[in-house]
Design a binder for this molecule. Structure first.
Ligand code: NAD
Length: 465
């Protein structure tokens, strides 16, 4: 079986490499010639742990081209993994439409049965109501001559390779039993994964529901955290810990309590960013408006997310009566282990500060070049966090890079000015609620009293056993 993958971004490239790793012949298509050149040489154009090595390992089963027609004609299954941005009002399907047109044109003169798979995140009925008619119109084929599948991707950036190689579920929304059979073959190297067969529209809805649910949990946590910040002695970490111990949440099996990964979403923070949650929730909300569904919950979670960043920013500024001279942002990747800065809270905080005439220093381990593309010469860039914090009134720790934990509070304090504060937006340093660490305030934790940063109303309090 030969597979073509349209788009070699975070999803397309990982999919192509992952499938090649199970022995499939895969040809990638991208119209970004720089990416094509890099991949051809075995270099990943994106930072994703493990991707470079896996790409090199599978290079002989992988091809890449900017000539979509040849790749499509030579393949049995064509996977669309192009971007689906939010245009401010609704999901922008122009890349999807373009890919569907190219597929239609390319298969016009072939006799083989092809399956067109939508892996991009798209609103319900896009696969059957948008992609299928375009492919059929441009190919001149009958319905039974082409199959369609919606196969949402659940990988998490930063863990993308691991998630793709060992998925928790593979959702296949298929247009016919024949398509199901071909898609099972595509994934026959993933014997241990649950394969859920459904129709394309349900598959589309599964993806939006999954992301909206996770986003909802984050916004819920942030609203609870804001309440806690107003309650002397109440730390939201302790509150969430008490909730997580509900056995419906973390069941006790044998004598062991199983804590779900979802528990990590029940935590105060700086709000969700990245290329998926913000745009997917907005796309679902705009889609639901079209259905005249009252969407107060989705509106609310988006509102909390948008205002959380301002909230965190003002937490820092409060100590300086709203007027800081310089800030440092530690972490511009929207999460650790990725170089993706799309909708990144760190970048947005930097922009907020620039808008108020505040000098900005930013630091990241892998995302600086993408950050430069967004922020240009307006900010100073640092590889070393301790250099970035020099002279800053406020240090925002926005990405929970594990490397920060190797820096002692003494080192931070040595490099930060005497009056500076650190806003630990994601409780990265929660284990270090040492009294001596004067500079840190945590989102969702009791706020400084009388303008003085005061920590650790409880030093080692949480942990309900
Ligand atoms: N990034 C994630 O973590 C993630 C996770 C799950 C689902 N998704 C969804 O997957 C889709 C892709 O996301 P991404 O982050 O990989 O996007 P991306 O922007 O990183 O990659 C898209 C790629 O498609 C290429 N492309 C666009 N139009 C093309 C065309 N006509 N011909 C050839 N190449 C073309 C672009 O050059 C780019 O390399 C989106 O719908 C996204 O919502 C993303």
């Amino acid at each position: 079986m030969k597979i073509a993958v349209f788009g070699t971004g975070y999803v397309g490239l990982v999919t192509a490499v992952g499938l090649a790793n199970t022995g499939k012949k895969v040809i990638c298509i991208d119209n970004d010639l720089e990416k094509v050149e890099k991949i051809r040489k075995g270099i990943s154009p994106i930072y994703e742990p493990g991707l470079d090595a896996l790409l090199l390992k599978n290079l002989e089963r992988l091809a890449i081209t900017s000539n979509a027609a040849d790749a499509i004609t030579a393949s049995d299954v064509i996977i669309i993994a192009v971007g689906t941005p939010f245009d401010g009002n609704r999901i922008d399907l122009s890349y999807i439409r373009q890919a569907a047109r190219e597929i239609g044109e390319a298969i016009k003169n072939t006799d083989d049965y092809k399956v067109v798979v939508v892996k991009s995140t798209v609103v319900p009925d896009t696969t059957m109501g948008v992609v299928r008619p375009i492919v059929l119109e441009h190919s001149g084929k009958q319905e039974e001559e082409v199959g369609f599948c919606m196969n949402p991707e659940f990988l998490r950036e930063g863990n993308a390779v691991e998630d793709f190689l060992d998925p928790d579920r593979i959702v296949l929304g298929v247009s016919s039993p024949e398509v199901e059979a071909m898609m099972r073959e595509v994934y026959d190297g993933y014997r241990d994964s649950a394969i859920l067969i459904t129709n394309p529209t349900t598959a589309e809805m599964i993806k939006y529901t999954a992301n909206s649910f996770l986003a909802l949990t984050i916004s819920f946590s942030n609203e609870i955290a804001r309440i806690c910040e107003n309650l002397p002695g109440v730390d939201s970490e302790e509150v969430f810990n008490g909730v997580i111990h509900d056995k419906r949440f973390s069941p006790i099996i044998g004598k062991e309590r199983i804590t779900p990964q979802l528990a990590s979403y029940l935590r105060a923070g700086v709000g969700f960013g990245g290329s998926c949650f913000p745009k997917d929730v907005k796309a679902l909300r705009s889609f639901s408006k079209g259905l005249k569904v009252d969407g107060k919950l989705l509106d609310g979670l988006l509102h909390i997310n948008e205002t959380q960043l301002e909230h965190v920013f003002s937490m820092g500024l409060k100590k300086f009566s709203g007027k800081a001279r310089r800030i440092a942002v530690l972490g511009t990747a929207f999460k650790p282990n990725t170089d993706d800065v799309r909708e990144s809270p760190g970048v947005k905080l930097a922009q907020m500060a620039l808008g108020q005439g505040i000098q900005v220093a930013v630091q990241d381990y892998v995302a600086l070049s993408n950050t430069k593309a967004l922020l240009g010469a307006q900010v100073e860039y640092y590889d070393d966090p301790l250099e970035a914090v020099e002279g800053a009134d406020i240090v925002f720790v926005t990405t929970i890079w594990p490397q920060y934990l190797d820096i002692s509070e003494e080192d931070f304090e040595k490099h930060m000015p005497e009056q500076a504060i650190m806003v630990d937006t994601r409780s990265h340093f929660k284990e270090r609620k040492a009294k001596k660490w004067r500079h840190r305030i945590g989102v969702g934790q009791p706020l400084p009293v009388n303008g003085e940063v005061e920590y650790s109303l409880r030093n080692n309090g949480y942990g309900i056993h």
